[in-house]
Structures are given as structure tokens and as C-alpha cells.
Design a protein around this ligand. Structure first.
Ligand SMILES: CC(C)(COP(=O)(O)OP(=O)(O)OC[C@H]1O[C@@H](n2cnc3c(N)ncnc32)[C@H](O)[C@@H]1OP(=O)(O)O)[C@@H](O)C(=O)NCCC(=O)NCCS
Length: 164
């Protein structure tokens, strides 16, 4: 399995994988594949990585710029992320996250934020101190990893592609 940036030939496989991975999830709004397509179209898909094995796309992660209290200060958001259901819990998600964070650091990013289960992202270094918020969501689900500068405080907002 290796991690690489998406190419135009991966677009349909990423769409199908994202739909398949999110469909059983109770928290899914069924819009994740469409969000990736919109991010790509609007030029907001800063990083899009696939995990490939023998020509098959087994996982995908997207990163895009975010704002905190309306300001983009080098912060990015992780997601959507998906791994083929039969191949979950074997380190593919972890590898996609690690490579994406490495690329963000190389770009000089300040940090990365996400909405998700702390059990999934804590091992990669994400945590919450309650200061980063997302509407009225419980703040333990609003996690971040700081690369440089102060820990963020305020309302996290994703790219327009995330808004219905
Ligand atoms: C979330 C997802 C991308 C994780 O990918 P994965 O390849 O299964 O994850 P990994 O095997 O690399 O595990 C990464 C970490 O998450 C944890 N984890 C994975 N699935 C988990 C689950 N269902 N519940 C709790 N922890 C989980 C692992 O224990 C691991 O923790 P560690 O790094 O501290 O050891 C994958 O499960 C998926 O596609 N889910 C459906 C789509 C989705 O929900 N996306 C995320 C929305 S927030």
C-alpha cells in the first residue's frame, strides 16, 4: 500500500469509496463525496491523498483551508476521510493522516483541525482544550493539532464546499 496525491483518474474511485465508507455511519449526512467534489471544483482541495494497493484505492483524505473566528491564519481542516470498510482498523487511516500532516508542516501551516471521534484522531496528536468550537457541537469532538503559534480559540469554519 502506498500513499500518494490524487490524480484526475482517481476522481470516480474517491467518490465511490467515500460514499461506501460513510453510508453506514449514523452521523453521515450523505454529502461527504459531494463535498470533496465541490472542494476540488472551487480550488479549495489543498491536499487530497489516496492509499493505493495493486491499483485499487483503499483510502482517501482531504485537507482544506479553514477559518477560526473568520480569519485564515495558516490553519487547515482534515476531512472527509474514508477507508474501504473491509480494510478499516488496519492502519490505513493513520497512514493517510500522518502523510497529510507531514505535507501541511512542509507547507508552513499553523495547524490542523477536525470534527471527529477522539479515539480515532488522538493517536495522531489531535486533542481538544475546549477553546475551538464548531456551532453548538460538544468541544471534545472539535480537535486540533498545533504546529506553530498559539493554540487556536474561536469558531471553526470549513470551506464553502462544506455548506449545504
Ligand atoms: C475513520 C476511518 C477513516 C479510520 O480509518 P482506519 O484505517 O479504519 O483507521 P486506523 O486503522 O488507521 O486507526 C486509526 C486510529 O483510529 C482508531 N479507530 C479506527 N476506527 C475506530 C472506531 N470505529 N472506533 C474507535 N476507534 C477507531 C484506531 O484504534 C487507531 O487509533 P490509534 O492511532 O490510537 O492506534 C475509517 O474507519 C472510515 O472510513 N470510517 C467511515 C467514514 C468515517 O466515519 N470517516 C470519519 C468521519 S469523522
Amino acid at each position: 500500500m502506498h500513499i500518494r496525491s490524487e490524480t484526475p483518474a482517481d476522481v470516480d474511485a474517491i467518490h465511490d469509496l467515500t460514499t461506501t465508507a460513510f453510508t453506514p455511519m449514523p452521523y453521515s449526512e450523505g454529502t461527504e463525496a459531494e463535498i470533496i467534489r465541490r472542494l476540488r471544483l472551487s480550488g479549495d482541495l489543498t491536499i487530497s491523498l489516496v492509499a493505493e494497493e495493486a491499483g485499487e484505492i483503499l483510502g482517501h483524505v482531504a485537507y482544506s483551508a479553514v477559518t477560526i473566528d473568520g480569519v485564515h491564519d495558516g490553519w487547515f481542516g482534515l476531512g472527509p476521510i474514508s477507508v474501504k470498510p473491509e480494510r478499516q482498523r488496519r492502519g490505513i487511516g493513520r497512514a493517510l493522516i500522518a502523510r497529510g500532516l507531514e505535507l501541511l508542516r512542509e507547507m508552513g501551516a499553523s495547524g490542523c483541525a477536525l470534527i471527529g471521534n477522539p479515539d480515532v484522531y488522538g493517536g495522531a496528536g489531535f486533542s481538544s482544550d475546549g477553546q475551538l468550537t464548531y456551532h453548538d457541537l460538544e468541544t471534545r469532538l472539535v480537535q486540533r493539532i498545533v504546529f506553530r503559534g498559539p493554540a487556536p480559540s474561536g469558531m471553526l469554519r470549513f470551506a464553502p464546499a462544506f455548506e449545504n
